[in-house]
Ligand binder design. Sequence first.
Ligand code: FMN
Length: 309
Amino acid sequence: MTTFHFAPIQGHTDASYRHFHKEFYGNSPQITYYTPFIRLEHDEVRQRDSKDLTSSLNSGMTLVPQIIFRDEQELNALIGILKRTGCKEINLNMGCPFPLQTGHGRGAATISSPIMGQAVAEAVSNNPDITFSLKMRLGLNDPDEWKILLPFLNDVSLKDITVHPRIARQQYTGDLHLNQFSELIGESVNPVVFNGDIRTPGDIDRILSEFPKISGIMIGRGLLARPSLIEEWTSGHELAPSERKERMLEFHRSLLSHYNETLCGESQIISKIKPFWEYAEDEIGRKAWKAIRKAGNIAKYHSAVAMIK
Ligand SMILES: Cc1cc2nc3c(=O)[nH]c(=O)nc-3n(C[C@H](O)[C@H](O)[C@H](O)COP(=O)(O)O)c2cc1C
């Protein structure tokens, strides 16, 4: 059975978003949610990230914390901190393409490092009480870099390896390297999850028929744009665009009223809620989408959302 995963997206998939997504769309089938990456700052996890991970909004969902690290020390320190908070499962980020992270040796910069490959394999072996999964790209600069990392990963047991088949230099656009992805599936001992550019139920079908050996599908921007996507595929019933918008507006209303209750001041609320629509231009239409982007206060924001018909 195909497993489904909601990709972590900084600035979007925080505890509140995950909670209301789960409430509105997440029941059938089970979706695994991930925290955006957690990293060390002055030897500690940022308070914001701790709050997100331990929020009561996470209850009742499958949530996996994700960590990003540049060396063995950071990796082991983060695993230790998460273990002390009671985590049983950890996702290792070896794919982040943000120059701020790769420039410091984290994320996709770890793929071509045998030292990091070894460190990850040792961390997995040394923590048998934790289930590990991993998220990676094919490489930082070259789509064959994964060949350096994979032998280390093949030595240990991982729940799965999610692969976004781009190199970090491409960021989030450009062609997917599907030949290399196919080669990676053939060489991985651990289950492989596909991640990249899935926007419609038809895209899910296409990937499953092209890569029948994958164990699951992870979706990021496509789910932010169309939160019902997995539900639609699973039920075998595509919703009409008007139904999708109606459902999305209900989801939005709940999230906004939660922000109204928990955040302080108009500018904080508006800066938290606007990203809700960032990837939904095709779903809600260019006019409403642009008006939402431009809205400088709550009154204008409400008028812009009212343009979604
Ligand atoms: C703004 C932004 C923030 C992201 N933050 C994270 C993150 O914290 N951890 C991570 O593993 N991936 C992160 N990603 C990558 C996504 O999880 C996903 O791999 C990528 O968007 C490709 O999948 P998609 O085409 O389904 O969106 C981020 C992507 C974007 C666009």
